[in-house]
Ligand binder design. Structure first.
Ligand code: SF4
Ligand code: SF4
Ligand code: SF4
Length: 300
């Protein structure tokens, strides 16, 4: 079996672990925090809700650290700083489901949205809206959240009661799993454009990756043979061939390391130290960050 296929299965194991840790009926992580450390919170995926933490913080409620949500959000943000968006790349089954469903749909009937709509500004724009919403007394509700929809589907599936799914939830679910999932190249259209939790991790990673002790994707230009296998297999469309070599967009990368495992030359690795994306060589992968001006891209 190909190295990349084996790695897909290993990743599926990680996502399964994420499901058992954070989703009811298991939610072992929330249950551990509640029973051992005596914190308050929900014993399902709502016990890891980012929106509730942001809303409380931005409406003057401060951070109540002894809640499952605050602790999980803090851990996710710290891990993003030190390891990259590893929660997305290893544990979030909501992002993984749409990717894996898409992998069984033939490529010719999938759309590569990143060709038409730049991911980075939309992603960070949604994050900005998400953060500003509480100031305007607005609340992005659970019907928009793929975590919440998946949890409802799981619980509904167990009890055969799907009445909780309202029309907005069904519409969001359809967009997340079908339009931006099954029929999107990479299957992670929701992650690429709409998820504020993924976006905040990417933002933190783009800063953390400049530090020598943090983990990041690294590249050896001298080993790369420009076969484009990494471009084709990246679920976030973070790698592109521009004609002048490959481009890497750190603002979309979820450090899933699929590219590392598909590369036949070990040109991509993951570790601490300098990333070695050398911007002075046209043949190198460049960290473009679409916000950077042409010719003044940043090196990390
Ligand atoms: S971007 Fe959001 S939905 Fe996608 S993997 Fe990350 S947290 Fe999950
Ligand atoms: S660039 Fe590599 S690590 Fe980043 S999302 Fe794409 S495949 Fe995953
Ligand atoms: S990094 Fe590896 S997989 Fe990607 S183009 Fe170069 S040799 Fe091919």
């Amino acid at each position: 079996m190909k190295k990349s296929r084996i790695y897909l299965l290993i990743r599926a194991g990680w996502y399964l672990a994420g499901f058992i840790l954070f989703y009811a009926p298991f939610a072992f992580f929330q249950k551990l925090l509640i029973s051992v450390f005596n914190v308050s919170g929900n014993k399902d995926v709502h016990g890891s809700c980012f929106r509730m933490v942001v809303q409380k913080l931005f409406t003057g409620g401060g951070i109540e650290i002894k809640t499952t949500s605050a602790i999980i959000v803090l851990l996710v943000l710290i891990s993003a700083l030190l390891l990259g968006p590893i929660f997305c790349g290893k544990f979030c089954i909501s992002g993984a489901i749409s990717e894996y469903v898409s992998r069984i749909v033939p490529n010719k009937i999938k759309i590569n949205w990143s060709k038409y709509i730049d991911q980075t500004p939309v992603r960070y724009g949604i994050l900005a809206g998400f953060l500003i919403a509480p100031f305007m007394k607005l609340s992005v509700m659970c019907a928009y959240c793929n975590y919440s929809i998946l949890q409802t589907l799981i619980q509904g599936g167990i009890s055969w009661n799907l009445k909780a799914l309202g029309s907005t939830t069904i519409l969001t679910g359809f967009i997340w799993l079908i339009v931006l999932g099954a029929f999107t190249k990479g299957g992670r259209g929701y992650c690429s454009y709409l998820c504020p939790i993924g976006a905040v991790q990417s933002l933190i990673h783009s800063i953390g990756a400049r530090l020598p002790f943090t983990f990041k994707l690294k590249y050896s230009a001298d080993k790369c043979v420009s076969c484009n296998l990494c471009v084709k297999d990246c679920p976030m469309n973070a790698l592109k061939n521009s004609g002048n070599g490959l481009q890497y967009n750190i603002h979309s990368c979820i450090t899933c390391q699929q590219c590392k495992h598909v590369c036949p030359k070990n040109a991509i690795t993951y570790g601490y130290g300098k990333s070695n994306w050398n911007l002075n060589n046209e043949n190198d992968i460049r960290i473009i960050g679409k916000f950077a001006k042409e010719g003044k891209n940043e090196t990390i």
